[in-house]
Design a protein around this ligand. Structure first.
Ligand code: GAR
Length: 213
């Protein structure tokens, strides 16, 4: 049952306007950083009232760092291989974000588990994007998992980060069809179009919810 065209998406809920004070975002990325750049572009277009204070990346040579350079956004490498534990890495992340006066943390393709050291420093203010319709297909290779399961609808989810992987409260999801000849690459590309749309909206929505208490 694949009745949606490849251009069709289902996004919920609808856009919520941001308030007057710009959000101070800290972004975490491990690889390409296309979501990072999509958020920066949404800010540039005036669709999200925010400023990206700093990008943290963990892999030397990550394309996200080159994007930050081009966008004029500070980028800090915290190479997880140089830390004795997850807690030690997360303590350095917290310190960096505090140095840059970050008040919202945006995980955009951060491929490391995070600990309460980070989560407790930004209570209910850390978001993550995952390339599946959670709670389906948690963890790594979510797109491959979806293809292997034979689902006809796939998608992406922005959610709050809690200690249990990919399990926090859902903020926004978008759905895309799985087409008969899809590979992981073609399905991932279709999902990413939606990721770039929903992540800025999810940030605005989470901030609006925080203001409402
Ligand atoms: C995105 O598709 C995101 O959903 C996924 O990594 C990709 C990063 O792309 N995240 C996860 O799988 C987290 N478990 P990007 O670097 O181009 O933004």
């Amino acid at each position: 049952m694949s009745q949606l065209s490849s251009e069709t998406s289902l996004i919920s809920p609808s856009h919520t306007p941001t308030k007057d004070v710009p959000l101070r975002l800290g972004v975490m990325a491990s690889g390409s950083g296309s979501n990072f750049e999509a958020i920066a572009q949404a800010i540039e277009r005036g669709e999200l009232n925010a400023c990206i204070q700093v990008l943290i990346y963990n892999n030397p040579g990550a394309k996200a760092a080159a994007r930050a350079d081009r966008l004029g956004i500070p980028a800090v490498l915290l190479n997880h291989r140089e830390f004795a534990s997850r807690d030690a890495l997360d303590a350095a992340i917290v310190q960096t974000f505090q140095n840059y006066a970050v008040d919202w943390v945006v995980m955009a393709g951060w491929m490391r588990l995070v600990t309460p050291v980070l989560i407790d420093a930004f209570p209910h203010r850390i978001l993550n994007i995952h390339p599946s319709l959670l709670p389906a297909f948690k963890g790594v290779h979510a797109v491959e998992q979806a293809l292997a399961a034979g689902v006809k609808i796939a998608g992406c989810t922005v959610h709050y980060v809690v200690p249990e992987m990919d399990s926090g409260e859902i903020i926004i999801q978008a759905a895309v069809p799985v087409l008969p000849d899809d590979t992981a690459e073609t399905l991932q590309a279709r999902i990413q179009v939606q990721e770039h749309l929903i992540y800025p909206r999810a940030i605005a929505l989470a901030a609006a919810q925080a203001l409402q208490g």
